[in-house]
Ligand binder design. Structure first.
Ligand SMILES: C[S@@+](CC[C@H](N)C(=O)[O-])C[C@H]1O[C@@H](n2cnc3c(N)ncnc32)[C@H](O)[C@@H]1O
Length: 238
């Protein structure tokens, strides 16, 4: 594909991720993970690991895992890939082709994930998906069932002034005017759910100080900005 062909193909797609493609072409997505990478705490190297990216959408994190040396990467999604919420799989398909990537793909929804349907993976990425699901504990159990070693969860968090595990419920468009956002667990609830799903060691990445985090979260809500997001790493063995 020459530069003009790639440019035209990119222009025809509604992108979620900003992805750097050959010929200096950058996809016009609404989310550029590159600018927020530190808060995910991703391993520097995935060398030789098998990686499952749940809710991959345009695939930025799948391609990044491959770039960091993963031996095998499987990208899964269903909601966006099947056209819900205005998304599509076109961006993933085009980026994979343009990057010459070997990332595999499977259209499957979170409740269907199991060792029988997808197998088990050394590292599972569950980024930006948890708060879209009506039953977060059941979802964590599904992703836990296919995690051999490490699960990385990134999610919206709410009620962070509460130290006890608690979860906000958004029956309407309360969060960022998005009807597909259902829950906002607080950090203690995410940690508790991961432990309940059988992970021996759980760490919140760069958890902000109590006072600072509450202030930031409250300000965002007053200004009707998207809520605070945090990442959590969980390991099978303690
Ligand atoms: C905010 S995007 C996150 C994409 C990517 N993992 C990232 O972190 O940049 C949310 C993803 O969750 C997926 N998803 C799965 N189940 C969903 C549901 N019931 N409602 C909305 N999104 C859902 C969407 O298809 C989409 O890929």
């Amino acid at each position: 594909m020459d530069r003009q062909q790639l440019h035209d193909a990119v222009e025809a797609i509604r992108w979620y991720h900003v992805i750097d493609l050959p010929h200096g072409i950058r996809t016009p997505g609404s989310f550029d993970p590159n600018t927020e990478l530190p808060r995910y705490g991703l391993p520097e190297s995935f060398r030789g690991k098998t990686v499952l990216d749940v809710g991959a959408w345009d695939g930025w994190f799948s391609f990044e895992a491959e770039r960091r040396g993963a031996g095998r990467v499987l990208a899964t999604d269903s909601y966006s890939w099947s056209g819900k919420g205005g998304g599509s799989k076109d961006g993933f398909n085009l980026a994979r082709k343009a990057l010459g990537s070997s990332v595999e793909d499977l259209t499957i929804d979170v409740p269907e994930l199991s060792p029988e349907t997808v197998g088990k993976f050394d590292v599972v990425l569950f980024l930006g998906v948890l708060y879209h699901l009506r039953d977060p504990m059941a979802a964590i159990e599904r992703v836990a069932s296919v995690t051999r070693d490490q699960l990385i969860v990134e999610t919206l968090v709410d009620l962070i002034h509460l130290r006890r595990p608690a979860m906000a419920y958004y029956p309407g468009r309360e969060e960022n005017n998005d009807p597909s956002t259902w829950v906002g667990p607080n950090p203690a609830a995410v940690v508790a759910m991961l432990r309940a799903a059988g992970f021996g060691r759980v760490a919140a990445i760069a958890q902000p100080s109590y006072v600072g985090a509450v202030a930031k979260s409250t300000l965002r809500r007053i200004r009707k900005r998207p809520g605070l997001h945090m990442a959590f790493h969980a390991w099978r063995s303690g």
